[in-house]
Design a binder for this molecule. Structure first.
Ligand code: PLP
Length: 364
């Protein structure tokens, strides 16, 4: 039997169909329809943020955020993230400047940010990797001192709390992805969260081509809106968020229990942050061990993923390549195990038994 690395959550077909059939009654397919507005309302309340804008993807959320903050020049960012964190900077005509990661949290090493600042630096874009909150306090103080903006890529961080409030309150802007591969999704989608009214208004205009009236455009906009069909998926999935996270918690705890004796490490969690169990990453001592295990599991029908590999700083042909000691080393040794709502505890046991067998055989 095949065990995939990830499987999107699907709501009951009936619940989704009921929502979809109303679209035929309303004849309202996109452009801030009732579902998109309703979803924004629910999420805004959930995270207690002042402004929340539903957009077509997490990548679009990043690009619009960069545009709305009028960033230019260099943006300090992490080489250990999904590629969209970097490409969105380039699409907005800025230059990514990579700062190495912290070997424990796997987030950008905030103590190294100041050394990357130049007169051209306009912002910091940091990812809460696997949902683990960045060193928000230090990043904020550096940003204040140097007059930089901060955008958090919270694509992994849905529902994570930091200091007892939603992590989406952090920075000038926080974004999230609602892609099907994430813990909570609207098929494709994302949102931008912030507390500044003026910038929120600007984001709303940029999302809609820059329209300020049917015949005037105040700024360079794009089509970043999302449809009623996508919002309907978000609404149909919404009542399941608690059970999705709870299921992932129980799978994670099962992995933790059964892999307890393994000589591998895990990212060290920010002690002010809660967990959402978005991923199950393991950091191996040696790349070779990890690759052999990956191969062994695949032959048994269990698919794992090197996430994130390779480092964004040394693998993109459209950027100068740069080595960063910690990132290069850790990216080679990280492996994410299967984790999704439909995964059974028995399958976690099966995966762990295989891993145990692999290490036992390797010792012989
Ligand atoms: C998924 C992801 C994105 C991109 O989100 P999309 O909705 O797929 O565009 C950006 N950053 C990180 C860290 C991600 O995991």
């Amino acid at each position: 039997m095949i065990i995939q690395i990830n499987k999107p959550f699907l709501p009951e077909k009936e619940a989704y169909n009921q929502l979809i059939s109303k679209i035929w009654d309303n004849q309202w397919l996109t452009n801030s329809g009732p579902y998109a507005v309703g979803l924004e309302f629910l999420l805004k309340k959930r995270f207690d943020v002042n402004q929340l804008l539903f957009v077509s993807s997490g990548t679009m959320a990043l690009q619009i955020s960069i545009a709305a903050l009028e960033l230019e020049g260099e943006i300090i960012t992490t080489p250990f993230s999904f590629i969209a964190t970097t490409t969105s900077i380039i699409w907005q005509n800025c230059m990514p400047v990579f700062t190495d990661i912290d070997p424990h949290s796997l987030n950008i090493d905030a103590t190294k940010i100041e050394a990357s600042i130049t007169p051209r630096t306009s912002a910091i874009i940091a990812t809460h990797v696997y949902g683990n909150p960045c060193d928000i306090i230090l990043i904020e103080s550096i940003a204040k001192k140097h007059g930089l903006k901060v955008i958090y890529d919270g694509a992994h961080a849905f529902d994570v709390k930091y200091n007892n409030e939603s992590i989406f309150n952090a920075g000038d802007i926080s974004i999230c992805s609602l892609h099907a591969s994430k813990i909570y999704h609207s098929t494709e989608g994302g949102f931008i969260a912030l507390n500044n009214h003026e910038i929120g208004g600007k984001i709303a205009r940029i999302r809609n081509f820059g329209f300020t009236s049917p015949t005037t455009f105040k700024e360079l906009g794009i089509n970043g809106k999302n449809s009623e069909f996508h919002a309907a998926m978000g609404l149909a999935n919404y009542p399941h968020i608690e059970s999705i996270i709870e299921k992932r918690r129980s799978l994670t705890e099962k992995y933790d229990e059964l892999l307890n004796d393994l000589s591998v490490s895990k990212p060290v969690w920010n002690n002010k942050g809660t967990k959402n169990y978005a991923y199950y990453p393991l950091i191996f001592n040696e790349e070779k061990t990890m690759l052999d295990l990956m191969d062994f599991l695949q032959k048994e029908g269990v698919f794992t993923r090197r996430y994130f590999y390779p480092s964004l700083a040394n693998s993109l042909d459209f950027l100068p390549k740069q080595s960063l000691a910690v990132t290069d080393d850790i990216a080679k040794r990280v492996l994410c195990l299967p984790l999704y709502f439909d995964l059974s505890l028995q399958n976690v046991e099966r995966i762990c038994n295989l891993i145990e067998k692999f290490f036992f055989d390797a010792q012989k």
